[in-house]
Design a protein around this ligand. Sequence first.
Ligand code: TYD
Ligand code: MG
Length: 460
Amino acid sequence: MGQKKNMPKDLAYTCTACGAAHAKWTGRCDACGAWNTLVEDKGLSHGPKKQGLGKARGTAITLTDLATQEAEPPRTLSGVNELDRVLGGGLTRASALLVGGDPGIGKSTLLLQAAARFARGGLKVIYVSGEESNAQVQMRARRLGLEKSPVQLASETNLRDILTTMDGLSPDLVVIDSIQTMWSDTVDSAPGSVSQVRACAHELTTFAKRNGISVIMVGHVTKEGAIAGPRVVEHMVDTVLYFEGERGHQFRILRSVKNRFGPADEIGVFEMTGRGLAEVKNPSALFLSERGDPAPGSVVFAGIEGTRPVLCEIQALVAPSPHSQPRRSVVGWDGGRLAMILAVLESRCDVPFTGLDVYLNVAGGLRITEPAADLAVAAALVSAREDAALPKESVVFGEISLSGALRPVIQTENRLKEAQKLGFTSAIMPRAPKGTQGAGLDLRETQDLAGFVEQVFGAR
Ligand code: TYD
Ligand code: MG
């Protein structure tokens, strides 16, 4: 670290994983504990600090009280239900959005389709691509059947020129695809670097808010799952959406992880077709469409995604392990949580998994974060281990505590209603609060996991 001495004073370091700023370089970020994620960051070279304090005086800002009501910013619906719901009820004027996702997942497709919808609805829309030429975007538009929609297109990466254009045309919506390709001449580092991405996002956001424009920025996601470069962009914008899906599957999920104008954790489900993304009106039916007859290891979980119930299949496979350390592989759920469920099953219910490989999979490429999936996972694991299928047409949900007790979960009635709608006849679940409407389902309530194992799989 001999070079450290020669470093200019105003150099700072930003962690690309969590966005924390550091005065000195260290191998490990103090804030999030990640290794080798600190990168040099020059900051805004014309930031307020240099021109402000000391030299000229600032102007006093106008203060207001909490009671005075500002009018709610107007919203525009795209007409695509799945998108409007994730946005919290349409696109808010003068807002900044970030859409993150793996390369190739369909972000450009989604945003071109959304841009066309908003343009058709009367908004003045500009689509700026820093990644593709106009011809490439036009080709995609033709494939999507959108070549006639009144979206204005540009292939540009110079932020100053983009802002000047926005100033002249005063559009309602500008799509920037992607923030990593933009560069601001106020910062002397390469496009895609932390300071460039941050400066560009900051300038775009500020400009948008001042001028009543909505800006949607695309951000690529790094291998570690952060929006490439800095998470800092996430703090700047009003809404952060992630576009997710498995490459091999045609389902795509748009998930809001932060939304100043609506509920977070809302999802919209789309299907990638030969002619772009189609909205999926009934995700439960889609996620269950590949399910055959009830088989050991397969369980239907009645989940809640955002404000909406979604049923999906959880699959488990348990097999004798040839390794001294058995495998634990999980797709679509948290590996730590799986370890916990295995431990509870072993110590509270006498269902050991020693010497067995365990594979767990949420079908359809969905990623579940709800603790309510605990019981469904446990059911799938025991069912796979015992080679016994669960009762036909039953859904499962419930949280498991370390003591092996089952805890009730939120929105029980909504889960039951959705299950009933899709033709299920019974629900395996924790004790529901008195007065819970069962939606005509046969409710099999259990107080603890051991009781559940005995009730469903009998004495072993
Ligand atoms: P794209 O929107 O370019 O992804 P991103 O901007 O996230 O990198 O989408 C790329 C993939 O989508 C590509 O593999 C082709 C596929 N695709 C379709 O299947 N149907 C379509 O109508 C379009 C436009 C793309
Ligand atoms: Mg793209």
